[in-house]
Design a protein around this ligand. Structure first.
Ligand SMILES: [Mn+2]
Length: 424
């Protein structure tokens, strides 16, 4: 028989978080609905429609979704269903508690399945065959138990999956490598099962590990607070949600091949500003802060602003961030953090600066005390080098004098011109 390959195109989305009134703003819940609607509009406007859609969990933000969240889900899924695009969904940690995964009364995802507008893959019914070739196994959120549940479930269904030519696994879990320290599952846990495509949800940023055949589309709207730290665009503006368009080629004797195309959904901009400033007077400082707040103004955006004031001028304590509220009045939501770095500066001692040691000690201690005096100075420098600045009280003045002495020396001798001062 001819060794002919077949192609299937599908969409992969996750983490819609419908009903998320982020920052206690109803507008945000509307944003989450709009992003899901935009996703389905993008799907329906494609020249070639996907054969099916995978939703890797967190359709809803709350176990008991608001009526708006539920209505959006029904609208979007019915629309896709009317266009004959099946949607396969698993449970995210926001959709229903783990304990409910086995409960008879079901959850809101099983309600949508009862309405016939999605296929809900849960523990009772974990496999769906999209066609005679394509099998999809779905395992909802199980946190730290994911690996155990995965092994158990696959053990039970392995035989059923044998005939599949394209094996897909859907998971709502955190994979090692996504966040720095935290994870529920490692790529190596998944490797033995040889899935062609592992459709991940839970992590809200697009991510993939092609070697282990794992893809994560990211959320359709910005959800997590740590998004600020992880999405660092050059201009500090973050205004896209995402989903994945996937083409899988299979059916030859070779391993299937997957090609992915990340698609974007324009959402309300989140703007991050992180600036360091200096000013000689309080008036200048206020002016500089206002200037920063007036930059990059996009009406109704979300702002996270941090301004670090170095060497703040006399009287800076009178500045309060509430006096800048007006500057941010047209933001949907904003946080402003003003940080004043300490005015106390200490030289950092390097080993070659010990040449001041004898000189300094000689200026401080009389000849008889010179040796013990030098030991004290050496001890202080040692502490400074170890970044341990908690000097015993009675030596604080000696240390301050030493700093002053070294600083004066350096200023007059202009040693190497290197930066010798730093703030803590
Ligand atoms: Mn989520």
């Amino acid at each position: 028989m001819a060794d002919r390959s077949k192609k299937v195109m599908f969409a992969h989305t996750s983490d819609w978080h419908l009903g998320n009134e982020q920052y206690h703003k109803f507008e945000r819940a509307e944003d989450f609905s709009r992003a899901a609607i935009d996703f389905s509009n993008q799907i329906l406007s494609l020249d070639e429609k996907p054969e099916f859609i995978l939703h890797s969990g967190d359709v809803f933000h709350h176990f008991r979704p608001s009526s708006m969240a539920l209505r959006t889900a029904i609208e979007v899924f019915s629309n896709l269903q009317k266009n004959k695009i099946p949607v396969y969904v698993i449970r995210g940690n926001h959709d229903a508690p783990i304990s409910r995964s086995r409960a008879k009364q079901g959850n809101y995802l099983s309600l949508l399945a009862d309405l016939g507008i999605i296929s809900y893959l849960d523990q009772r019914d974990p496999i769906v065959w999209h066609s005679k070739d394509v099998a999809i196994l779905g395992i909802g959120y199980f946190g730290k138990q994911t690996s155990k549940i995965l092994k158990k479930t696959i053990g039970e269904v392995q035989k059923d999956l044998e005939d599949a030519k394209l094996k897909i696994l859907m998971l709502h879990t955190l994979i090692k490598g996504q966040l720095e320290h935290e994870y529920d599952l490692t790529p190596e846990d998944l490797a033995p099962f040889e899935f062609d495509y592992v459709a991940l949800g839970h992590y809200h940023i697009p991510w993939k590990n092609e070697a282990y055949r794992m893809w994560c589309p990211g959320s359709t709207e910005h959800t997590s607070s740590n998004q600020w730290d992880e999405v660092r665009t050059r201009d500090g503006i973050c205004q896209f949600g995402s989903w994945l368009k996937i083409i899988a080629e299979y059916g030859t004797e070779h391993q299937s091949s997957i090609s992915d195309e990340l698609q974007f959904i324009k959402v309300r901009p989140k703007i991050r500003v992180d600036k360091k400033i200096q000013a000689k007077s309080v008036q200048e400082l206020i002016y500089k802060i206002q200037e920063i707040l007036r930059e990059k103004r996009i009406p109704k955006a979300i702002y996270s602003i941090k301004i670090q004031v170095q060497n703040p001028p006399e009287g800076f304590a009178s500045i309060s961030k509430t006096q800048f509220q007006e500057e941010l009045a047209d933001a949907l939501y904003s946080t402003l953090k003003l940080e004043f770095s300490t005015r106390e500066e200490k030289p950092v001692f390097h080993i070659d600066e010990r040449k001041y040691l004898r000189e300094f000690a000689a200026s401080r201690f009389n000849e008889d005390d010179l040796e013990p005096g030098m030991k004290i100075v050496e001890y202080l420098i040692g502490m400074a080098n170890n970044e341990d600045r908690t000097h015993p009280n009675d030596l604080k003045q000696v240390f301050a004098d030493l700093c002053e002495y070294a600083f004066q020396k350096e200023s007059t001798e202009k040693l190497g011109g290197k930066e010798q001062r730093c703030s803590e």
